[in-house]
Design a protein around this ligand. Sequence first.
Ligand SMILES: O=P(O)(O)OC[C@H]1O[C@](O)(CO)[C@@H](O)[C@@H]1O
Ligand SMILES: O=C[C@H](O)[C@H](O)COP(=O)(O)O
Length: 943
Amino acid sequence: MNPLKTLHAEQDQAVWLDFVARGFVQEGGLKRLVDEDGLRGVTSNPAIFEKAIGHSDEYDDALKAAGDERVIDLYEGLAIADIQAAADVLRPVYEASGGQDGFVSLEVSPYLALDTAETLDEARRLHKAVARDNLMVKVPATPQGIPAIRDLTADGININVTLLFAQGAYEQVANAYIEGLEKFAARGGDVGRVASVASFFVSRIDAAVDKLLDETIAAANDPDEKAALEGLKGKVAIANAKLAYQRYKRLFAGERWQTLSAKGAHPQRLLWASTGTKNKAYSDVLYVEELIGPNTVNTIPPATMDAFRDHGKVRASLEEGVDEAERVLAHLAKAGIDLDAVARQLVEEGVQLFVDAADKVLGAVAGKRQTFLAAGLDRQALALGSLDAPVKTAIETWRKDGLVRRLWQRDAQVWSGADEAQWLGWLTIVEDEAKKAAEYAAFSAEVKQEGFTDAVVLGMGGSSLGPEVLAETYGHQPGFPRLRILDSTDPDEVRAVEAAVNLERTLFIVASKSGSTLEPNVFRDYFLGRMRDVVGPDKAGRHFVAVTDPGSAMEKAAKDDGFRRIFYGVKQIGGRYSVLSAFGLVPAAAMGLDVAAFLASARTMVRSCGSDVPPDLNPGVQLGLAMGTAATEEGRDKVTLIASPGIDTFGAWAEQLIAESTGKEGKGLIPIDNEPLAAPAAYGKDRFFVYLRLDEGADPAQDAAVKALEEAGHPVVRIALASKSSLPQEFFRFEIATAVAGAVLGINPFDQPDVEASKIKTRELFSAAEKDGALPAETPVAEDDGFALYTDAANADALRKAGAGSDPESWIKAQVGRVGAGDYVALLAYVTRNPEHLKPLQEARVALRETQHVATCAEFGPRFLHSTGQAYKGGPDSGVFLQITSEAPDLAIPGRSLGFATVIAAQARGDFGVLSERGRRALRVHIKGDVAKGLDRLKSALS
Ligand SMILES: O=P(O)(O)OC[C@H]1O[C@](O)(CO)[C@@H](O)[C@@H]1O
Ligand SMILES: O=C[C@H](O)[C@H](O)COP(=O)(O)O
């Protein structure tokens, strides 16, 4: 008879197979083993699935068919299907054995091995999902696993206890089983239908102990002792297993067990696992031949099975030489090798090995998912040059420490251990909002029905920049209102919005999470006043909707003023992370975008960046680690954003996210948006480039410039979008990336302490001005017909020392003279934001970059105060600032004694005050009269 068959027929030992794979089961390989070798069970573990799924294309069809699912669901779908198929093949064995054999084992996620409650949930979930009577759920015998083993047994679930190495742990496991059965019986369960095995690992013990023996032998002097120790090699694992078997016999005897046995309970069989020979010097059937005994199981890997079938010898070996086994272990102890310590370490390593395998198999599935999604997922490619090695190290650290999972579990320790956990609502908002897609569609239809021609978002920062990207990227949708944004207190800008729309057919979307931000409140006061004039006080509210967080003052006011509707944000989401919540979706719906499709696109990226996707395949995490590491390792903290025409306003949203999140405590990333591209030599070693390329309509000049940057050794991340419709993916990618970069920098990426400071200053200044009738007078440090220059005493002192004299130009030159390598220059213009004003600022940037070799920013106030302003004040002290103010004719605000001109002036002063307090290099250039002329003069001075 085939020796494999003989094991069961003559020795009452069940042979199980330590392997599973799709083709093997589907093509009849497993059935053949059952028929020909008398196979009675199957075990799997994460490493086995890693081999099966990670290294073959057998699963590709299933993965292709599944499409855009979560990676863990894809993986589990494959694994569960294999386990079910194997269970069905073994069902006849199960039936014939009266439910005592014919099992297939599936292991709980190794990520949970150190958590009792999660292990319990997971085991119950798998038990239900597989839905086969002959399933055994594998639970590791970690200290946390043991109570779970007891409770699962008490549920009547069949458990395969895995990662057992030590006698002590085995005793606890057996007792947990007995206790579980007692509970199950007490609940009226039929203990006779419960089966369990305790998987005692064998070869891994020899591998570990032999190594220690070699070290001990090397250190020993006595040749006899050396020889005696040599004789222990390859013996310890078997001795340990033999003694475990003796213990088994004792544990499943005696009164306590007899009570259960009388109710039909079956002992928990010992299963020899890890029985493939690892050391080639030993017999290839060692761990089968030496462990043959009744009522046990040996789960054998395929190669060992082939070997045993070929030349295995069957004898009742398990009860042979028990005394010798005791002597082996005693000798080992005498030699100073602590087997319990080895076992403890093997459990730890065992968990980690399975974690590594799970990471690999999830990575493999994630990689295939990406491939099969093809153009459905925006592609990302990193060319990091010298940053490659440190980023790889960071990726490995994140993998080993399970940081992606911890981020998703909202563990504040990923960042600074402050209140980060309360600000992670954006992680799950896409799924939550998708449930409301029909509501958004109804709102969209309502807006269309009403015949609004314009919809104007009144908000700042996170409440306006996302909607602006949507308005600019997707443009006017026929039949729907044109989406416009107002995020400036510049009187001319307010006037321009009013002039552009027909108020009678305009819908205003007042957006403020806090409800207390100054600008949206004054915009609202202004346009509500105008609307009352135009359509009458009763109807005005119908032209307004509010988007705000529950309980805000804005909510109350909106109710009082009879707003058409109030949409709510989520308090656990900060403004800059809110675009995929109502703050982006309400404007999206108003302008006629398909919110369901929008969210479906975002969800593809959410899933690609999931907790189940290891860092090296997780696009958001990868980008974040690259950005963060670039700053910490190489001082490449100027994240330079390049985007194809058509999606180029994305940068203004991303710069808020990056700057306001990371720029604090003297650290941070400085986003550089909308800076004209140049040849590589124009850039310093402080740059990190991110290129968002739109496949349809990419600019060849940008392509060429980016290629040149890459070839010159600058780190470049390329993100390719097949079409504009996949832009929602980028919102989420950048959110994860920013959160991860924040973790690398060790800051809290969800607060904005320095923005708050300037808000307070502005409020104080404005209130005082309302009392006094005007802002306090200031004395310029230099002045002529066109410019008046202001700064604080410390800056004035430094600038005078650097050559500033009586004429404005000398001050500007001195300010530019303070710029050094690694610095950036920021032009902070409190002027009307329009192309005419942007042009000279852009030209000045180019000139500054050429002469000073530094990164440059051009920002419009007050909008940047709610965006990059945080990093300018709180980030690295590498900014050189030129604030630009102007004098637009005032515009009154209903209910306020002073108008928009004072608001914007107070904002500029508040901003400057905080820059001064932070000791930043700042100079204010006030343009008298014509702004365009003043900007041209400034440009010349800067060139
Ligand atoms: O939506 P709110 O509360 O009006 O805030 C607007 C913006 O102001 C800030 O708090 C900074 O000033 C941003 O973070 C935010 O996006
Ligand atoms: O249940 C089976 C075990 O997971 C397996 O036997 C471990 O074997 P290894 O030590 O060869 O990985």
